[in-house]
Structure formats: structure tokens, C-alpha cells
Ligand binder design. Sequence first.
Ligand code: UTP
Length: 531
Amino acid sequence: MPAYFDFLLHGLALARTRKMLSFEQVKRSLENAGQPHVLQFWPELCEGDRESFLQELSQLDLQGLRDHCEGAAKAAASPSASLDQYVEPVPPQSIGSVRKSDRDSLAAWENEGLMQISKNRVGVLLLAGGQGTRLGVQYPKGMYNVGLPSGKTLYQIQAERIHKIQELADVKHGSKCTIPWYIMTSEFTLAPTEKFFKEANYFGLEPSNIFFFEQRMIPAVTFDGKVILQGKGKIAMAPDGNGGLYQALRDNMVLEDMKKKGVEYLHVYCVDNILVKMADPVFIGFCLYKGADCGAKVVEKAHPAEPVGVVCRVQGISQVVEYSEIQPETAELRGPGGELVYSAGNICNHFFTRAFLQDVAEKFEGQMKQHVAMKKVPFVDTRGNQVKPTNPNGIKMEKFVFDVFPFSRNFVVFEVVREDEFSPLKNADGAATDSPTTSRNSLLAQHCRWAMAAGAKLLDEHGNTLPTTASVSAGDNTPAHCEISPLVSYFGEGLEPLLKGKTLPTPFILDKKQAEELQAQKHFSDEQSTM
Ligand code: UTP
């Protein structure tokens, strides 16, 4: 269960800039921090391992180590506070909703967003430093192929959405624009992610517009406050949570790069949501209309007990409250229309102005909460045996990206439709939710809906007509294999001229080449009919 505490531990993270210390200096510091066991296997290490271990330990803030270890153990032992008496929903004037807004408002927001994109004022930032332990693959989650007919990975889908939204903004405003892509990685994900992008030729994007950077790492600690040894000459380190973003922005001069490029607005998102609308112009436009410096996309909670954080206010301050921080009675509260009072499920999809991020990085980062995550951390025991625990044995302290909401001057919430915009990949197949199968099905179901809304008739493999839009949705029914490349359509637009009146046997893949052929056929038949 996540809990948090307010110790200032941000200096502890591995910083990569400190000079190498001598063995004696490190030994003394570890003893002072109550962690002499870290060097238990030193006599057994070869020269090379000793050097790399010393290098790793030199990068740590050894002065802050005692506080970190004791603080982590204390935080893990404290029950998380119940916030029921302090919570209230976000006031209606700060909320927008795709479902409840009229077409004109949605169109106005979209136009505004596209206009900002066309002026090169919008960037996207991907949080890709996580270890993806639940999915259980040994490579970054963005490289995962969920089994779509095209075989595309999450990274490729995202890259293609950037291409397409740039193109839509170009066409609308007659200019050639760029959306820089900032990608936060960690020690685990940086090298393989960079290699993957390079081998894929950056998916046709300009490499100078892709900015990889690395977040910091912090040591994992046992429940009694001891640094965990992952190997005889290696401590178990973990990325400092997706809220490590703000420190990483500073470490890597990311805001300076944004400023240089003229980027004023940033869309921040998680790697695992297969339906993510990169640089969503509707969301960006809504936030700008509201004059917001910080915004969060949410989806309506599926049911009161869904274990997602809820965007709300605590004593008047906007923040995300974890499911574990409120009682079921509060989660179940309903308004006069029967809707959940606390229904704004956080989907880790945020809008920030550069000015706000600058403020956070300079003034507020040190005030961010620290959350406790209990994890299974492989370790060497005191006899030197490698152990893979079956139950959580370690504490990883994490910051969360949303913990900057309290610092916002004008915070807004934008509710979107779950089946259109949110289907995360968290678990391995076999799990009931958030697996490769559920995310694949969400995307295929969406593309079936788009094709049908554009006027196509889809046939299953036996030649039977597939049911109408409403019944083709992700869930128990596996949707037909209809996949539309993001290079053809960003969010269902532009399909009618290609698909109207067509009968399409599935599996059906609409890629760029096929879209061009369909376009050429249409021109031909339009010409024939006017002759
Ligand atoms: P999750 O909390 O789902 O973690 O991250 P995860 O690493 O993907 O998966 P588990 O919990 O180990 O199974 C949500 C998002 O935050 C990013 C992830 O890459 C994902 O996009 N993240 C997480 C970071 O960028 N850094 C971190 O330290 C943690």
C-alpha cells in the first residue's frame, strides 16, 4: 500500500557527477550511516569489480544515507493516513469533459491546440524510466509488441502519432511544424531505448528532435532500514519514481532545451497507455482556454473500488488521493444524479506550461512527497547466496509525477472517454486487466469503431457482417482484427473518403500505402462519375 512521508531525500539519489572516493572514505561513511554490511564481500571481489563498486558508492550521497534508510523503514512501518474528512471533489468550474461538452467547444479547443502545435509551441514528454516488473520482460516496456496484426511496438505507435498530429497541424495552418519528443529513461531503460530508436531510424522523426535523458536512482532498503545488496559488489538501486522527472529536468537541462526550441506547453504521459493521444490538441486547447498552468486528464472510475488514484482536493489543495487513503464509504459516495462524487480517475496524462515546470524545478521539487513502494528485490544473503524473493522484502522510495499539482496556481481537470483514450499495459497475459491482450483489444475495438463510423462494413473471417459500432468493444468479445495506422488517422479523422461504402474482410490493416491506393481509386471513380 502506498504511503508517503515528507523527509527531504532528494539529495540522496545517484547523481553521476561526484568524484571517486577512496575505499577508506567510503568505508567510514558507510559505518557512520549504519550500513557497514555493504562492504561485507569486498575481500572476495576482483580488482575490476572493486573499482566499479567504489565508483557506484562514490556517486551516492553517503551523508544522506542514514536519513534515507531510517526514513524509508519508518515510512513503511507507518500506516497511510486516512484523508476522508479533508477531501472534496474538484470544483465544477475547473473541470472539462469530452462527453459533456458540445461540438463547438470541442472544435474550438482542438483548433487552439493545433494552432499552438503549428507554431512549434508544444512538446511531448514520455515517462519511460520504469522497470515494468509486473509485465516481466527484460527490456523497456515501450519496446513491447502487444500482438497487433502490424506487430508495432508501443514506441512505434507513439512515434507515428507524432508524425500524424504534426501533419494535421501543418495542413490546418499551412506551416511545417515539429513536436519535440522528450523521453525520460533510467539506468535500466536508457541504453536499450536509444539503441532501439537508432535501429528503427528514429521512426522517420528527426533525431535532433528526440531528447533522451536519464532520471536518478536511489537504493532499495530492507524493512529494518538496511541497504539491499543485489550482488556482492552492487547495491540494489531503483529509479526514483516518475516524479523523479522534475529533478531529471534540472539535471539534464531539459527546460533549457524547451526554451531554446520555443516550446511553451508540454504533454506528459506514460509509456504503457496504448491509446494515448500524443500532444492531444483538444486537451491542450482546453487547458489554454482555462488559463491553466497544470492539467490532468482523467477517466470516470469504472466502479467505486477500482484501485486508481482520484484527482480531488484535500483541504482546498488539488492533488491525487490514492485508493488506500480513503475509506470505501467515501469512495462509494454518490451525487444527486447517481454519479460517483470521487470519480476522476488519474491516468497519468498531464499538461504543464514550461513556466510552471521551471517553478517546480527551481522552487518546489524539494517539497515533493516521498511514497513507499514495497517490492520484491533480488538480493545476496549474508552467506553470499543469490535470493529471488517470493514476497516483498524491500522498500523503494518513489516520487510521483502528479505530486506537483499542489504547486499549481490554476489547476484543471479534463475528463475523457476511457474506451477512446485509456488502456494501460501493466501486467503479463493471464491477468484480468491491463495486459497485452486487453490493450491490443482496446486498440482493435477502437479501430473497428472508426472504420464503421466512416461507413465501412466489416466482415469476420467467415464472411459474416460484424455487428454495429456499439457491440464491437474491448472486453470479453475479441474485436475483429481491424488496425489503422496512426500515419493514416490520429483519432478516427480522415477515414470517410477512404472507407465509406466499402465492405472490408478482416483481418484488415489500413497502412499508409493502402490508404494511398484507396485515395487513388477514389479519385479515379470521382473522375469517372463526372465524365
Ligand atoms: P508504473 O508505476 O506503472 O511502473 O509506471 P512500471 O515500472 O511501468 O511497472 P511496474 O510497477 O514495475 O510493474 C507508470 C509510468 O511511469 C514510468 C513508467 O515507465 C510508466 O510510464 N516510470 C515509473 C518512470 O518513468 N520512472 C520510474 O521511476 C517509475
